[in-house]
Write a protein that binds this ligand. Structure first.
Ligand code: DCP
Ligand code: MG
Length: 464
């Protein structure tokens, strides 16, 4: 996924042409990590995924501005994605279809075919697992891999990245962009930098130099409010941030400030997690202003539940329990959990359970933060969407329907969330180590009351 448009585009290149620029100055200001830390983490992200699948299946659409996301430019929905040809006109994910129609009058508008994209996603993830078992899928079209230990079979990480791109292209007809580095953060930013069909390798020690020219908003944990606060300190690029005295940032942002300095140097200690190590999937949102407005609170819970369900479906797993987290304006935090009527990967039952749990905790209070987490996750679904098993098939279709709803009514919810300055559920921080502690930590015991300013006050929606 890419939050911001890539700065360089090279449409039309095949995977064989992908260049892997080495960015940074050896021994220069970027030499911030211990020499010898291996760059074995890959981030793989498909290019214009939904639109690329449609262009592959309908050759007449190739080279054309394709906009996936609903009935057409008069539809009330939003854009799911646009081909790179359409992006030249300024069309972007989450934009109202009407705006897309204005910007790109010759755009070809197509409905979302969730079942088809899920099946493609599974094919691609299966290809990735041939190169290592350490694959962490983080959305329908992206995954982190740690290829340490795979070199004997497949060569060094850069070669593995090339092989992956070629295999995806040969076997599915789609292109992927790959970033390679010492951390998830570097790999993720790398994969986004030269889309489409990009390959960016950041050698160990060159992380800070690689990041330095990029806008600070590219870093995880820098939402609009942090970006504004940093701008007041004269910080526009990640390089500006990296040279600030860490204690100045800690004074201003608490522990979050110290984390930001680490990230500005490309340091991110979160390892790649295999699905069976994952105990929970969650999102949480801190409001720009504390609120007691029931509509805002319920809409936020719905958006969070949807983000969680989307990720469950992407990973082929279901949740048995929902946990909500509610923090009020006095920083009192409670978590409440309840089992689901049956394991699910759908937004609706997760939302209903989250609402029932959160409602009594929100009553009469101004709310600062809400979180929804799914736990008691079952094993990855190995049977796939089109198993002969009727029950599974039924479930798959239900999920596909929910996906369609998501891109109709539900994306309007997402657009409304965006209006409120809240990040969409897609924009999360896959690095948060809390994500892995999961179930066992959810309890009915309130966390200690904190009086300090919340460090990640505007980090927005992220994994918990
Ligand atoms: N998606 C969506 N709504 C969003 C963002 C994404 O429906 N707001 C869907 C459509 C995308 C898919 O998820 O095709 C993958 O998301 P990405 O952010 O990876 O976007 P693309 O793959 O389309 O483009 P890119 O080449 O920038 O990765
Ligand atoms: Mg993508």
């Amino acid at each position: 996924m890419s939050g911001t448009p890539p700065p360089t585009r090279r449409p039309g290149r095949g995977p064989g042409d992908a260049r892997a620029p080495r960015i940074g100055t050896p021994g220069g200001p970027g030499a911030s990590r211990a020499p010898g830390t291996p760059a074995t983490i890959l981030h793989v992200d498909l290019d214009a995924f939904f639109a690329a699948v449609e262009q592959r299946d309908r050759p007449e659409l190739r080279g054309k501005p394709v906009i996936v996301g609903g009935g057409g430019p008069d539809d009330r929905g939003v854009v799911s994605t646009a081909s790179y040809e359409a992006r030249k006109f300024g069309v972007r994910s989450a934009m109202p279809l009407r705006t897309a129609g204005r910007l790109c009058p010759d755009g070809i508008f197509l409905p979302v075919d969730g079942t088809k994209y899920q099946a493609e996603s599974r094919r691609v993830m299966t290809i990735l697992r041939r190169f290592t078992s350490r694959v962490e899928q983080v959305s329908i079209d992206e995954a982190f891999l740690d290829v340490a230990g795979s070199e004997a079979l497949f060569g060094p990480p850069e070669q593995i990245a090339r092989r992956i791109k070629a295999a995806i292209h040969d076997e599915t007809g789609l292109t992927a962009s790959v970033g390679v580095g010492t951390s998830k953060l570097i790999a993720k930013i790398g994969s986004d930098l030269r889309k489409p069909d990009g390959l960016v390798v950041v050698p160990p020690g060159e992380e800070a130099a690689f990041l330095a020219p990029l806008p600070v908003s590219r870093l995880w944990g820098v939402g609009p409010a942090t970006a504004t606060a940093l701008a007041e300190l004269g910080v526009a690029t990640i390089g500006d941030l990296a040279v600030l005295p860490p204690d100045a940032l800690t004074r201003r942002f608490g522990k979050h400030g110290a984390d930001l300095v680490e990230r500005a140097h490309g340091i991110d200690r979160d390892p790649v997690h295999e699905p069976d190590a994952m105990k929970s999937v969650g999102h949480e949102t801190t409001f720009d202003h504390d609120t007691s407005d029931p509509e805002v609170l319920e809409r936020t819970l719905l958006g969070l539940s949807d983000g969680v369900a989307w990720r469950l479906r992407g990973m082929g797993i279901r949740a048995g329990t929902v946990v909500v987290k509610v923090r009020d304006s006095g920083f009192r935090t409670v978590t409440r959990q309840a089992p689901l009527p049956e394991p699910t990967d759908l937004a609706e039952p997760i939302y209903q359970a989250a609402l029932a749990l959160a409602r009594p905790e929100m009553r009469g209070k101004r709310i600062r933060l809400l979180g929804v987490t799914a736990t008691h996750l079952d094993a990855p679904d190995q049977l796939g969407l089109f198993s002969a098993d009727e029950d599974r098939r039924h479930r798959a279709m239900e999920a596909a329907d929910a996906l369609k709803r998501k891109f109709g009514d539900r994306t309007i919810v997402r657009a409304r969330l965006l209006d409120k300055g809240l990040p969409a559920p897609f924009e999360r921080d896959p690095s948060s180590p809390l994500a892995r502690r999961g179930v066992d930590e959810a309890s009915d015991e309130p966390e200690p009351v904190t009086r300090e300013r919340e460090p990640d006050a505007d980090a927005g929606t992220e994994d918990v």
